[in-house]
Design a protein around this ligand. Structure first.
Ligand SMILES: Nc1ncnc2c1ncn2[C@@H]1O[C@H](COP(=O)(O)OP(=O)(O)OP(=O)(O)O)[C@@H](O)[C@H]1O
Ligand SMILES: N[C@@H](CCO)C(=O)O
Length: 322
């Protein structure tokens, strides 16, 4: 049955490629986007906030297209939609904006028609659209995700994030699309580099699963993508080398960049020092950046109650975002 009053969902941002986990390890973050979807007489979009500037407001929008793929899969027709969205997730910065849009659209569209598709189907559809399972897995299931993808089927295990883990992101003031950051990668890698990453990805996964924050420093290194992408983010190489000496448990390029992410022990008294180190190092390369303290988000995409006639915009204006 179609929910004529519409549905509203909240989707967490995500970091992909956590450390050595290129295309496989992801983590949901406490930074969100909200999508509301209703059947309508003709399709209309309300995109709120600076982070959605420039996105199409017609049927070419990703959210609309993804919703239609759900209806097609379920054999239901809902051709016209009223879609509202607000997002705190910056576009094209490595914090999973496209994955959050895809997961939010899949989840909302499925709810709208009574949830005929299960979460495994939604995960496969999301990964087909995004091409890698780590961002979408994190936004769908929350927590830390270790995921694999064979081209048609995705499988994932969710790990509960360690309670003392905090995340500092430094978001440079320029965009870097995943496609551009992927073009720069080699088609083949040395066996020694593959071993370097497999061993560290295994150690990082086990360390996170058992709360061993002390092992993150050795585990959180990569030779599959970061060395090649360093040229696209000036200051990144130094941050990856020196952040642990400045208060981080480990650092990585978040997703395809340009955001840099540091894992931090929330009990650390060096948090301000680390933040200043990131800003100063990027600043020395002429890059302005914004830092945000985040936590791993334990919830994946979540349905929110539609409160009477309170619109998404009313919620945002009232800063009642949960
Ligand atoms: N709400 C949205 N509506 C429509 N399109 C969107 C939306 N959010 C993201 N996109 C599309 O996704 C693109 C960004 O995807 P891209 O993979 O390059 O970066 P990202 O997802 O922010 O970062 P990463 O994948 O590295 O974590 C945008 O340029 C836009 O085309
Ligand atoms: N695993 C992807 C993340 C961005 O979606 C990449 O690094 O290209």
């Amino acid at each position: 049955m179609i929910a004529t009053r519409g549905v509203r969902v909240r989707i967490p941002a995500s970091t992909a490629n956590l450390g050595p986990g290129f295309d496989t390890l992801g983590m949901a973050l406490t930074l969100y986007a909200w999508i509301e979807m209703k059947p309508a007489e003709s399709t209309v979009f309300h995109l709120y906030g600076d982070n959605l500037d420039g996105l199409p407001k017609d049927k070419s929008n990703l959210i609309y297209k993804v919703a239609q793929s759900v209806f097609k899969e379920a054999g239901v027709s809902v051709p016209e939609l009223e879609i509202s969205m607000y997002s705190d997730i910056p576009l094209t910065r490595g914090l999973g904006s496209s994955a959050s849009a895809i997961v939010g659209a899949l989840y909302a569209a499925n709810l709208l028609i009574g949830s005929p598709l299960d979460e495994h189907k939604l995960f496969d559809m999301a990964t087909t659209l995004e091409n890698h399972p780590d961002n979408v897995g994190a936004s769908l299931f929350g927590g830390i995700i270790t995921a694999v993808w064979d081209g048609s089927h995705a499988a994932a295990l969710r790990i509960e994030p360690p309670a003392d883990l905090e995340v500092l992101v430094a978001i440079p003031d320029f965009q870097l699309s995943t496609s551009k950051a992927r073009e720069i990668l080699p088609r083949q890698v040395e066996l020694s580099d593959a071993v370097y990453n497999v061993s560290r990805a295994s150690l990082l996964t086990a360390a996170l699963a058992s709360g061993r924050l002390d092992l993150i420093k050795d585990a959180m290194r990569d030779r599959l993508h970061q060395p090649y992408r360093a040229a696209l983010v000036p200051g990144m190489a130094r941050i990856l080398d020196e952040a642990t000496a400045n208060g981080a448990l480990g650092t990585a390029l978040s997703g395809a960049g340009p955001t840099l992410l540091a894992l931090v022990d929330r009990r650390s008294n060096r948090r301000e020092e680390l933040k200043q180190f990131l800003l100063k190092t990027l600043g020395q390369e002429g890059i302005t950046a914004k830092t945000i303290w985040l936590k791993p988000c334990t919830d994946g995409v979540t349905e929110l109650t539609m409160v009477n006639e309170i619109s998404l915009l009313d919620l945002i204006k009232g800063e009642v975002k949960a």
